[in-house]
Design a protein around this ligand. Structure first.
Ligand SMILES: [Zn+2]
Length: 404
């Protein structure tokens, strides 16, 4: 049986004022959702209309459901007593401290991951890309916990589950553990600083490619290595992609090094990333003194797909963050000085897999009949306002089903 959402606010166009400012135009619609969770009808709001099985959305704005594209569901302390982070002097030391608590935390993995999934869904996402530690200390145990947690929320969220060699790939039996993870529920292969952690860029990348090809899965590599070390790693990986016909199946997370390059170098690598359909997953680092933000506007301008993620939050790496991807887009707009209506609403594309209600020229392009009925409802007048001033209260609907 189909159902109706009444009085949903949708963006329909824009008005260009004489002073050059732009105002988004919205209107109220009734949306019919079929039994498969797709939009069956969109009709202009009409007070006389009172179908069966209807819910009045009271003029709330609908945006496309958000995508959380870089996360670590297995690491969070959520649902456990408060704990701040320990001081460390290096990434190696941070990894050492993590390794000491892995076997203790693993017992509560499903419970902690569930708490984190709920936070992410409450903030409006219906897709999570999570990296999951596959390491010599706990093997596949975190994967089991994360899979069990995701299964409980399968009506509301889809996921990319990445077998992630957090403690290094070229050590112990890690390549075979990753293979095992890919046979047991992981859907993608991860990587981590082939230079900074594995200290053997070529071998690390080659091994990653071999495993990915063996299982025909996509790859997402954490690349914190800065400057030309990181740049060289990306360049080398693209050479391998070319030589092995592995186009369109890889992404880089963080990629801080791209921010360290000259503009000419950035343009040339952006063209290469675009050519091979490699996306960049950014967590918009606040610690700008340590890490340079990748040149997101320049990359996007050259056709590189950009996605945001909150990263792990409230864990042994960082006590901050609440898992709000809309807040992440707001921070991005703030640090890059996006202050106009068009710039603000375009920033939404980084948290919706590229979908915005209006296109660059202000023409309505979403939602359409036949689209998945996956929305975030919020009390904002338009998407630009939602990005600049994220309202706390939101309701997420995934394929016709409300979460909470
Ligand atoms: Zn990460």
């Amino acid at each position: 049986m189909s159902k109706w959402l009444l009085n949903v606010r949708l963006e329909t166009g824009e008005h260009l004022h004489e002073d050059g400012s732009v105002q988004t135009i919205t209107d109220l619609f009734h949306i019919e959702i079929d039994e498969h969770g797709h939009i069956a009808q969109l009709q202009a709001s009409n007070e006389m209309f009172s179908p069966n099985n209807a819910q009045d959305m009271q003029g709330q704005l609908a945006l496309p459901a958000f995508k959380e594209m870089h996360n670590h569901l297995d690491k969070t302390y959520l649902s456990l007593p408060w704990k701040a982070c320990r001081i460390v002097n290096s990434l190696e030391e941070r990894l050492h401290f993590e390794s000491l608590e892995l076997s203790i935390l693993v017992e509560s993995c499903e419970q902690r991951a569930s708490a984190m999934i709920e936070k992410i869904l409450e903030h409006g996402a219906n897709h999570i890309r999570t990296h999951v530690n596959i390491d010599p200390y706990i093997g596949l145990k975190n994967l089991e916990g994360v899979l069990a947690a995701l299964d409980k929320y399968k009506d509301y969220v889809t996921a990319d589950i990445i077998a992630f060699p957090q403690h290094g790939l070229l050590r112990d039996n890690v390549p075979n553990l990753l293979r095992e993870a890919l046979q047991n529920g992981a859907t993608m292969l991860g990587g981590l600083d082939p230079g900074g952690i594995d200290r053997n860029i070529e071998k690390s990348l080659q091994t990653t490619l071999e495993i990915a090809q063996e299982f025909n899965v996509d790859v997402d590599i954490h690349l914190h290595d800065t400057g030309h070390l990181g740049y060289y790693t990306i360049d080398k990986w693209l050479d391998l992609v070319e030589a092995n016909d592995f186009q369109g199946k890889t992404d880089f997370s963080h990629a801080f090094s791209l921010g360290d390059l000259t503009t000419l170098e950035q343009i040339s690598i952006a063209k290469r990333l675009n050519e091979h359909n490699v996306a960049i997953m950014s967590t918009i680092p606040y610690d700008l003194g340590k890490y340079t933000i990748p040149p997101i506007d320049l990359l996007a301008k050259h056709g590189v797909n950009i996605h945001f993620g909150c990263d792990g939050f409230y864990d042994s790496w960082s006590p901050n963050e609440v898992g709000d991807i809309l807040q992440k887009a707001c921070s991005f707009a703030e640090v890059t000085r996006k202050i106009t209506e068009r710039e603000l609403r375009q920033s939404l594309s980084y948290i919706t897999n590229g979908i915005t209600p209006l296109d660059h020229e202000g023409t309505m392009q979403w939602p359409k009949v036949g689209d998945e009925a996956s929305f975030v409802f919020l009390r904002s007048s338009c998407s630009a306002e939602a990005i600049a001033r994220p309202p706390k209260k939101r309701i997420m609907m995934n394929k016709g089903k409300f979460f909470n």
